[in-house]
Design a protein around this ligand. Structure first.
Ligand code: SF4
Length: 471
């Protein structure tokens, strides 16, 4: 029987979480011409910049109010006023997002009031300046991203006129994904002929090209005008329950834009759900090219099932990602033995229990937990594969278990931010990666007792895949 466990130890060892401002900063990169001011010490801006640059391999430009000992005692108002003026005069951004930090929240700076004072003193400033609360002692990096989206949904969309016919578009909230994922989603929507407003879109801003001269503001991103227009859309579809789900509800409550909150579209069934929802909202059929991608994924699942069925997997990362990955590994016939997140998220725990029951798998779901806890579990009950970000490398090395890199951050490999794991093509990529990791192990040694038990560990001179009957 599956269970939900919360880590009892208070101190985190090898945590899987990052700090909350990072999420808001990442989301702000998806708005064209937006600049972030991180209201805190220099380290509160440097650490997220460093982490994001290692994952996205792009310069991460973020301003900081550089709070010091003096401002910690007397408040950071003067620093924030100066930062707002500098950013406005030097960069002429389209939007400014001010995120708080542990430090400015503990001081108690009233950021919205400081922004109002700045706007009163500088009436020529005609761009939105939003404040996002991101103390890192409340939630994780995903909370910061979610809070940003909620704030955008509350502050930016224009009031809809009576009898307005709408813009015929769909608001799509992808959540914490990679630029490659956004690209894959865009390809599906383009094929289907669906006009979209992205909340938000860092496909190009965080995976751009080399241009001379360098553009003043990075190319790409959702424009502020589109965000203002998003109250006139047909529907809002959030692709992650805990990053963007609340923003979707705001659209429904404030602007009567129906909200659809879906599981992250990883794997066959979850991608089916997304396409069915899009078809229902827009009245457009699922195009033939997308159905071909689906058939190809199904074929890959059939072709690989004899190598993956029965393998025990440990998964770790963000709640929405784990929900999607758990379904995919079950579609591959694998057993999700441990599913671990740093978030303290009761509803997610219940969703995962229900999912485990629906899939007929038995797993331990760990919340508010770290990778040290996962390592202990794996030592006691070994697994065949690890799925998660680069921080799990230490377990992979120590226990000699293949690690399939997925999630954030992936800092010890190049180009993973360009790959998609969502949609049918993203799932096919994951099926290939996972199966190849199994093959790589098989070439050197017995993969695992599990493989032996299910009888797929044959002599190495038997060509893999022969006689399987699939495609
Ligand atoms: S002090 Fe808080 S906001 Fe700043 S880097 Fe540390 S965890 Fe993040």
């Amino acid at each position: 029987m599956s269970s939900v466990t919360k880590q009892a130890r208070a101190v985190a060892i090898n945590p899987t979480r990052a700090c909350a401002p990072m999420g808001a900063m990442l989301a702000a990169f998806g708005v064209h011409g937006a600049i972030t001011i991180n209201h805190g010490s220099q380290g509160c801006a440097t650490y997220p910049r460093h982490q994001m640059a290692r994952h996205f391999r792009e310069p991460i430009e973020v301003a900081t109010t550089s709070l010091t000992e003096k401002t910690t005692v007397y408040g950071g108002k003067s620093n924030l006023l100066a930062a707002l003026k500098n950013i406005w005069e030097r960069f002429q951004p389209t939007m400014i997002m001010v995120c708080s930090t542990c430090l400015s929240e503990t001081i108690g700076d009233d950021i919205p009031a400081i922004i109002d004072e700045f706007l009163d003193k500088n009436p020529e400033v005609d761009i939105p300046i939003i404040s996002v609360k991101t103390p890192s002692y409340v939630g994780t990096h995903t909370t910061g991203f979610d809070n940003f989206l909620k704030e955008v949904a509350l502050r930016l969309p224009a009031r809809r006129a009576k009898n307005d016919a709408g813009n015929g578009k769909v608001n799509l909230v992808p959540g914490w994904v990679n630029p490659g994922d956004v690209r894959e989603l865009k390809a599906m929507l383009r094929e289907m002929g669906v006009d979209t407003i992205w909340l938000t879109d860092y496909e190009e801003t965080l995976d751009g090209g080399y241009y001379e001269p360098r553009p003043h503001l990075p190319r790409g991103g959702t424009s502020v005008a589109e965000l203002r227009d998003s109250s006139r859309s047909l529907a809002t579809i959030a692709l992650q329950r805990y990053i963007g789900g609340e923003a979707a509800k705001v659209y429904q409550q404030r602007h009567s834009v129906p909200s659809h909150i879906l599981p992250m579209p990883i794997g066959l069934a979850n991608t089916d759900k997304l396409l069915d929802t899009l078809s229902q909202v827009t009245g457009k059929p699922i195009p033939a090219a997308v159905q071909v991608d689906r058939a190809r994924l199904l074929d890959a699942l059939v072709d690989t099932h004899m190598f993956t069925t029965g393998l025990r997997v440990a998964l770790y990362g963000d709640p929405d990602l784990l929900e999607g990955l758990t379904r995919l590994v079950a579609e591959m016939g694998m057993q999700p033995a441990f599913v671990l997140t740093a978030a303290d998220n009761g509803p997610w725990g219940n969703t995962m229990l229900a999912l485990a029951e629906e899939l007929g798998v038995e797993c331990e779901i760990l919340m508010k937990a770290d990778l040290h806890e996962l390592h202990k579990r794996i030592k006691a009950n070994p697994v065949d594969l690890l799925l998660g970000h680069s921080k799990g490398k230490f377990i992979s090395d120590a226990e000699d278990i293949p690690l399939i890199r997925v999630g954030f951050p992936v800092e010890d490999r190049f180009g993973y931010h360009r790959r998609a794991i969502v949609g049918y093509n993203g799932a096919t990529y994951l099926v290939d990666e996972i199966t190849n990791a199994v093959f790589a192990r098989r070439a050197t040694a017995v993969v695992s007792n599990t493989l032996l038990e299910v009888g797929v560990e044959g002599p190495t001179d038997v060509p893999m895949g022969c006689g399987c009957g699939g495609g």
